[in-house]
Design a protein around this ligand. Structure first.
Ligand code: SAM
Ligand code: SF4
Length: 492
């Protein structure tokens, strides 16, 4: 579990509640806390493989999507996925470095693998993803049970690394690439609902926000071949999927130039082309950096009913001074104008955000600026964190992490409380409205109820009644009430 808070007051409370309530609590699919540490396997070819891999994924949606690429590479090399760690020949953990807490969670999990390694010394343990990239071979020294360390751009070399590790050598590849997009690899969809799938459209990030480790762990930004993205989305639709989530650290700066004719594709163009695959295929995307989301993108969202009316537009802070130190390249006023523009063009759009409390030198006044910006933006939901210094980042090198932990946590709590009120009011406004809901499956609590999402990405639960709906169908649902994270309604 990371140190991320959403509507809940304290982290542990959130952790407990998320397990016992409806699965997603209005959670942005791209940062689904409920899926942290999820182990999953493809159900397509059970019994075909003699060797098995087990993979657990942490962090952002990109990591979950990457695990599907890794699964594809491993299946081609004789390993089938399993959810049963006890029978695995290869145990992989796809890691996150975004905050210190995320890394500590993974370290703890690694110690739990020790028992399995003692029981079966032949089993190989591999660390994938951002933590592998950040710590490199150091991980092998610190975590003696680890055999393989692979960075996010080196997954194609996994079969060789496994072969090396099998002969008792430690295997490391953390080379970052300027052009790897895994565009030609058809991801193996791991145990998802068969309705909604992640599609990576780009990798890396060039933004260098001063607090962020991503540019160092995931390398330079590169956009994937537009044709391969469209082919993957079409294939998903033909297989019965009803929703694709286009993923990147900064999707709005997607830009692909066709090497054959130099024709270029912007994010707005790509969004339009994916939306045109079929009106019944929903399109979502994340994350949007405020500086890059253009009017062209907003107009495209308006033009197509099947492009979901939800924008995740992380602000990070409401103080212009903080934003400058964070290297976010916009001011408070500029961001507010962007919110105004979205509201003017897409009145029914939900807007969500990420916020960091207690960044270097943050004063009470800066903090109050964040609170007032939250109220101005009237977010439907935010992901809220306190600042965690990451080694090697610009902030770690340039600024002192001088806001004490008690103050960071107190400010975070105040931000959470304001967001909670805003989310509650947002839900209240939905009562009486009718939404088109894409049914994702049974409600976790009650098999007589469906669970799905509206275009705004809110979770909606409603009785199946005597209607003959199936998973993947759209239902018109009138909202009559809500719980903390779920709209409740009836089919009309
Ligand atoms: N690329 C996306 C963006 O720019 O919004 C998401 C990047 S990151 C995976 C998700 C969120 O983690 C960020 O938006 C930020 O709020 C938070 N984050 C990143 N580095 C952090 C740090 N050092 N301490 C606390 N939160 C951090
Ligand atoms: Fe990190 Fe900023 Fe890039 Fe997001 S845009 S991944 S916060 S550097």
């Amino acid at each position: 579990m990371s140190d991320k808070l959403t509507h809940k007051n304290i982290l542990t409370k959130f952790a407990v509640q998320i397990k016992c309530m409806e699965p997603n609590l209005l959670i942005d699919k791209t940062q689904d806390e409920a899926r942290q540490g999820e182990a999953y396997a493809s159900q397509a070819n059970p019994g075909v493989f003699e060797k098995h891999f087990y993979v657990e994924s942490y962090g952002c949606a990109m990591n979950f999507a990457d695990s599907e690429v890794v699964a594809s590479i491993l299946e081609k090399n004789g390993f089938g996925g399993t959810k049963n760690i006890e029978i695995a020949d290869l145990i992989l953990i796809n890691t996150c470095s975004i905050r210190e807490k995320a890394e500590l969670t993974i370290r703890k999990r690694l110690t739990e693998f020790k028992r399995l390694k003692q029981a079966n010394p032949g089993v190989l343990v591999g660390v994938l993803g951002c933590m592998a990239e950040r710590l490199k071979a150091q991980l092998l020294e610190e975590e003696k049970l680890v055999d393989i360390v692979v960075g996010p751009d080196a997954y194609r070399t996994l079969p060789d690394l496994i072969a090396n590790a099998g002969t008792g050598q430690k295997a490391v590849n953390v080379l970052l690439s300027r052009d790897e997009t895994y565009g030609d690899i058809a991801p193996v969809r791991l145990d998802n609902n068969g309705i909604s799938a992640f599609v990576s459209i780009m990798r890396g990030c060039n933004n260098m926000c001063s607090f962020c480790v991503v540019p160092f762990t995931r390398g330079r930004e590169r956009s994937r071949d537009a044709y391969s993205i469209l082919a993957e989305c079409k294939d998903l639709f033909e297989k019965g999927y009803k929703e694709v989530v286009l993923l990147g650290q900064n999707v709005d700066s997607y830009y692909w130039s066709n090497p054959e004719n130099n024709d270029t594709t912007t994010f707005a163009m790509l969004l339009e082309q994916v939306a045109q695959i079929d009106p019944s295929l929903r399109v979502r995307f994340s994350t949007s950096h405020p500086k890059d989301i253009t009017d062209e993108v907003l107009h495209t969202i308006v033009k197509y009913d099947n492009i979901c009316k939800h924008i995740h537009l992380p602000v990070q802070s409401g103080s212009t001074r903080m934003l400058q130190l964070m290297n976010r390249t916009y001011t408070r006023e500029w961001y507010m104008a962007k919110i105004d523009r979205i509201r003017a063009l897409i009145p029914n759009c939900s807007i969500t955000s990420d916020i960091i409390a207690g960044f270097c030198t943050e004063t009470e006044e800066d903090h109050q600026d964040t609170i007032s910006l939250l109220q101005y933006a009237n977010y439907d939901l935010s992901y809220m964190y306190f600042y965690s210094e990451r080694p090697g980042t610009l902030a770690a090198r340039r600024y002192e992490d001088d806001v004490d932990l008690v103050t960071k946590k107190r400010r975070l709590q105040e931000i959470v409380d304001v967001q909670w009120t805003l989310s509650n009011e947002s839900n209240k406004r939905d009562v009486g409205s009718v939404f088109e809901v894409l049914i994702e499956g049974n409600s976790k609590r009650n098999e007589a109820e469906w669970m799905g999402r509206n275009s705004q990405n809110k979770v909606v639960v409603f009785p199946k009644g005597n209607f003959n709906y199936q998973k993947g169908d759209y239902a018109q649902v009138k909202i009559h009430s809500f719980t903390k994270g779920t709209l409740l309604g009836e089919i009309i």
